[in-house]
Design a protein around this ligand. Structure first.
Ligand code: TYM
Length: 331
């Protein structure tokens, strides 16, 4: 069975973009692939985090994975820092990664610009850790949103380079970036992606938002000039709202455009709020029903399964590179 691996940082608030660009596809792919879904807490600490809040967010995100439809019976759900192999392989990959490759990463450049001072080495090196996450599991497919495309290309380059220098070890993964939903935009600025760290809170619909907040945010969403409601690249605000509507209702483009003929923007916004509230309500209810013991069991099982595969890959890597201390030298 082929494998998928993907992850989300337990930082900020999970939003509709994270669901529509990534998790939605994890749910549908998990039955066709052996799946690993990680809570990437070591990536989250590349920018300052409050320890107590981070600890809570890690568990909240794991709960969300389950509540939203990742089935722990078929998929492996685990916390990145529980499996030490991720940091070890990241170090090894560091040694074959070029500074110039990391300097080109647009996500790093954006984040570094925001932080200005105190840009940590971890933030710079973030893509090497991401490559380690993926390569440890001999991943075939990585379902992510569009903003991770460049990191995936680097992961592929590192796998190919390592295989060339030390012999075939890593499977070279393919990105899975959906045609629809890979770039959900901010409700306040349709030229900026919806983002966890958005200063403008009403730009993103969070998966934990109340019905009142959801309605308010859609009501305040910016629109384009004109009145027609149809998909049109030249009108990015309305197209973004329609895209969200389409992905949540699974309706065809023509059907949606026909449905909204003669109706105004206010109507679209209120229907969109309704559809979103209806979608999130059962997820939020399930979230509350997942107890701490159940969550501990899921994460412990996940960590055990992940660790056994990661250890196998890492041991081959060490072997090939000649990293043989007393524990391995005589074998
Ligand atoms: P993160 O936590 O920023 O985002 C999680 C996932 O959500 C997608 N996404 C979006 N999709 C559509 N529209 C948006 N506005 C939007 N915003 C975010 C992201 O593309 C991502 O798929 N580096 C990764 C986490 C990571 C990872 C990995 C992913 C670490 N190791 C290994 C895959 C494989 C990140 O920061 O995602």
């Amino acid at each position: 069975m082929k494998r998928i691996f993907s992850g989300i940082q337990p930082s900020g608030n999970l939003h509709l973009g994270n669901y529509l660009g990534a998790i939605r596809n994890w749910i549908s792919l998990q039955h066709e692939y052996e799946s690993f879904f990680c809570i990437v807490d070591l990536h989250a600490i590349t920018v300052p985090q409050e320890p107590e809040i981070l600890a809570k967010k890690i568990r909240d995100l794991a709960r969300l994975y389950v509540a939203i439809g990742i089935d722990p019976k078929v998929s492996t759900i685990f916390v990145q820092s529980d499996v030490a192999a991720h940091t070890e392989l990241a170090w090894i990959l560091n040694c074959i990664t070029r500074m110039s490759e990391l300097e080109r990463m647009t996500q790093y450049k954006d984040k570094a610009k925001k932080q200005r001072e105190n840009v940590g080495v971890g933030l710079f090196d973030y893509p090497a850790l991401m490559a380690a996450d993926i390569l440890l599991y001999q991943t075939d497919l990585v379902p992510v949103g569009h903003d991770q495309k460049q990191h995936l290309e680097l992961t592929r380059d590192l796998a190919i380079r390592f295989n060339r220098d030390y012999g075939e070890i890593f499977r070279v993964p393919e990105p899975f970036i959906p045609k629809l939903g890979a770039r959900i935009m901010s409700l306040q600025d349709p030229l900026k992606k919806m983002s966890k760290s958005d200063e403008e809170a009403s730009g993103s619909i969070n998966l934990f938002d109340s019905p009142e907040d959801i309605s308010k945010k859609f009501r305040r969403a910016v629109t384009d000039s004109g009145t027609e409601i149809r998909f049109d690249d030249a009108r990015p605000a309305i197209t973004n709202l329609l895209m969200i509507y389409q992905l949540l209702t699974d309706k065809q483009t023509e059907e949606i455009e026909e449905h909204f003929i003669g109706k105004g923007y206010a109507h679209l916004k209120s229907e969109l709020a309704e559809v979103t509230i209806e979608f999130l309500k059962p997820i939020q209810d399930r979230l509350r029903a997942i107890g701490d013991d159940e969550l501990d069991r899921i994460l412990t099982d996940g960590c055990t399964r992940a660790e056994s595969i990661a250890a196998g890959t890492l041991s081959s890597v060490r072997e090939r590179m000649g990293l043989k201390g007393v524990r391995r030298a005589r074998h």
